[in-house]
Design a protein around this ligand. Structure first.
Ligand code: ZN
Length: 411
């Protein structure tokens, strides 16, 4: 614990082996070709239908330079197949219906543009890429690449108000970084916030929000009176290798070798990732007590009628009445500051093996999961609009604002 952040983190991402594995050191592709006809190409995500959860929503493909326009059809698997019992997301088939809203392209992997001209077709979406001497990424949603995390770590390392720590290594040996921002005046610490993202592959929006929080929290009034303990990306293997690196699809949560869903591992802490984050928060809590609030950022989907966004609250009766009132009062403050669907999802239970419940049990703080929609943004007046890079980035500093507002003692 507490190892100085060293160049090992950055040099690792430059390893030739990993570069090859992730397609030029950029994003891990997640698509297979299923058809080709004059001027047209049909692709599907390469995620098989039987996998649970988030990887069902992953599509990312590098399209080479082309002399002619290319008609690209993206077909979503399972569109006319009834999901088997026990599926995490039985509405998965309907995802094809929102697909045309979230097709993004990028040449450099940094600037992502929504394909407004995407057309809905049977079981998916179709776009036309113009001729171009340059290759282009095509994605469902706005990706965050492993090198963006490296950039964020470099930013935090250079910033005077953050310290960067290597808190452990992933199952495949990648460094897991964490950032700590201590109160400006050690004599004035109201407590510690725990911010985490990316337990699950392709839930990029959570990482984008937390990235922006790290970069922007110094501009949020009052932030300097709190400690901020941030694990921006718990699932480093999945970030680097795509869904094939996501433990959710290997073994069970209780199986320390096979892996499992990281967010079902917080009771046993048998994964190196969850153990590292837990130990980091214990240490941050010792240095900057008490832990006031834990927010674990995800990216949600439920049905085309529901954004999939929201904030979890414990089920009625799970918390003592005063704590339950406080938690729900925070939800109100959160939705006032953060433009996601104001949906307090009565979802958590105290004995659940997820991060939010673990934080609440361990530190007696408020512990919540933030779900950011995969396809729907909201403007300040809460009118729905398409998602964008700026929208996702705006959520981090606004979440910080909500935390500060709620936890600043009245003067
Ligand atoms: Zn998730």
């Amino acid at each position: 614990m507490g190892d100085a952040f060293d160049t090992g983190f950055r040099s690792f991402t430059m390893k030739t082996a990993e570069k090859q594995e992730t397609g030029g050191g950029e994003g891990p592709e997640c698509a297979v070709e299923t058809g080709r006809s004059g001027g047209g190409l049909t692709l599907m995500p390469d995620t098989p239908g039987e996998i649970p959860g988030n990887a069902q929503f992953s599509f990312l493909k590098r399209i080479p330079a082309r002399d002619n326009a290319l008609r690209l059809r993206i077909e979503w698997p399972g569109s006319d197949v009834k999901p088997p019992p026990g599926f995490d997301y039985p509405e998965n088939a309907n995802f094809a219906r929102v697909l045309p809203e979230i097709i993004f392209t990028s040449e450099d992997g940094d600037e992502w543009r929504r394909m407004e001209a995407a057309r809905a077709v049977e079981a998916g979406a179709e776009i036309t890429l113009p001729p171009s001497p340059r290759a282009v990424w095509v994605s469902a949603g706005i990706p965050y690449f492993d090198r963006h995390l490296t950039d964020l770590a470099a930013f935090a390392e250079a910033a005077p108000d953050w310290t960067v720590r290597k808190i452990g290594e992933s199952g495949e040996g990648r460094t897991i970084p964490a950032f700590l921002r201590e109160p400006a005046n050690p004599g004035v610490c109201h407590g510690c916030f725990f911010i985490q993202a990316y337990q699950h592959y392709s839930e990029w929006a959570g990482l984008q929000a937390v990235d922006a929080l790290v970069r922007g929290v110094h501009r949020v009034p009052g932030a300097e009176r709190f400690a901020w303990a941030v694990v921006p990306c718990l699932n480093r293997d999945a970030l680097a290798r795509g869904w094939r690196g996501d433990r959710m699809h290997n073994g069970t949560a209780a199986d320390p070798v096979g892996g499992g869903n990281l967010n079902r591992n917080w009771t046993v802490l048998s994964r190196p990732e969850t153990r590292a984050a837990a130990a980091f928060l214990h240490e941050a809590a010792k240095e900057n007590p008490p832990v006031l609030h834990a927010l674990d950022f995800h990216m949600g989907w439920s049905t085309p009628e529901h954004s999939g966004g929201g904030l979890t609250v414990f089920k009625a009766g799970e918390l003592p009445p005063a704590e339950a009132r406080r938690e729900r009062a925070f939800a109100k403050v959160f939705f006032k500051h953060v433009p996601i669907e104001d949906f307090a999802w009565e979802h958590s239970e105290m004995d659940r093996p997820n991060c939010a419940a673990w934080a609440a049990r361990t530190f007696g703080c408020i512990g919540q999961t933030v779900e950011i929609s995969r396809f729907r943004a909201y403007d300040a007046a809460r009118n729905p609009m398409p998602v964008s890079t700026d929208y996702y980035a705006s959520l981090g500093p606004r979440a910080a604002e909500a935390l500060i507002h709620f936890h600043t003692p009245a003067l």
